[in-house]
Design a protein around this ligand. Structure first.
Ligand code: 3PG
Length: 307
């Protein structure tokens, strides 16, 4: 019998927690819950007797893994796993998995929630614009990017994408124009939506040089990671280019500076909300629980990311 801990600083919807508990207990394992924690020590204490842990954007560092003496598997209920120290996990023989695709529709829907808000001037009463007919650039054509493209068709947008790892024909087959490089998206689109993970290559890559190519009145929307933005350079550019707007689901470190300098051109959600729907929580949470149960039962490592 294994102890499976759900440790979520930002809690799942109740239905998701109930569903995870059900899967864990029906498989003969012990369910443990730590939600809304405010201090790292609470996580260190909770993980002490856990064999498995389900997390979201919670940071699983070497210290956390050291505190989890019995820990065998960490499952990130979601897509991005930049919050887990993969190297430390591998050294400790801990398997790390994600649950790809399970929350991508939720994130994609939020892109449009933020875009309508932005093109209607943050609902200030003044005449805005429509999304129909506008050029949308999707940076990275993974699960979220593909859902963004699907929804954008309903809005009647002209859709472009670039993905360093996805062949152009796959993008074209989805009814989206594939462009040759990232700069082409920034140069040609009215809106650029970021869907890149935070990696050594992408961190700080959305910088002055890249964004200064954007069209007059363009909007940058970020539902990916704050680390991909070079904040100081975006501030400098937005000071020079008073036509640009930035809307983000991940508040930058310089949130207060962005807010005070770019009123009417900037918006950040108070808490990352992209995957925060009951459906996404249920999809990702239950997938995580099933992956752990299966791992203990059969050794299945299908979604392992620290190979
Ligand atoms: C993800 O990588 O799955 C998304 O960024 C969602 O993150 P969250 O579970 O912390 O909301």
């Amino acid at each position: 019998m294994s102890t499976i801990l759900v440790a979520t600083e930002k809690p799942f919807a109740k239905q998701a927690v109930d569903g995870i508990k059900d899967i864990v207990e029906k498989s003969g394992n012990t369910f443990k819950l730590l939600e809304n924690y405010t201090d790292k020590q609470q996580l260190l204490d909770a993980v002490a007797d856990a064999d498995a842990i389900i997390i979201r954007s919670d940071k699983v560092t070497d210290e956390v893994m050291a505190a989890g003496k019995n820990l065998k598997i960490v499952v990130r209920a979601g897509a991005g796993y930049d919050n887990v120290d993969l190297e430390a996990a591998t050294k400790r023989g801990i398997v790390v998995m994600n649950t790809p695709g399970q929350n991508s529709n939720a994130v994609a829907e939020l892109v449009f929630g933020m875009l309508v808000f932005a093109v209607r001037n943050f609902y200030n009463g003044k005449s805005g614009t429509e999304l129909k007919g506008k050029k949308l650039g999707i940076l990275a054509f993974g699960q979220v990017g593909r859902n963004v493209a699907r929804i954008a068709k309903g809005f009647g947008m002209d859709i472009y994408a670039y993905d360093a790892f996805c062949p152009a024909n796959v993008i074209e087959e989805a009814g989206v124009h594939a462009v040759a490089n990232q700069s082409e998206l920034f140069k040609n689109c009215d809106i650029v939506s970021l869907h890149i993970p935070a990696t050594a290559e992408t961190k700080q890559s959305i910088n002055y040089a890249m964004c200064s190519q954007m069209k007059k009145g363009a909007i940058l929307v970020n539902t990916a990671r704050k680390e991909v933005i070079n904040e100081a350079e975006l501030i400098k550019l937005m000071e020079e280019r008073t036509d640009l707007k930035y809307v983000t689901d991940i508040a930058p470190d310089a949130n207060e500076e962005f807010k005070s300098k770019f009123e009417g051109r900037y918006f950040a959600t108070p808490k990352k909300m992209g995957a925060q729907t009951a459906e996404a929580n249920i999809n990702a949470g239950l997938a995580a629980a099933n992956q752990i149960v299966d791992f203990f039962k059969t050794g299945n490592k299908k979604f392992q990311v620290n190979k």
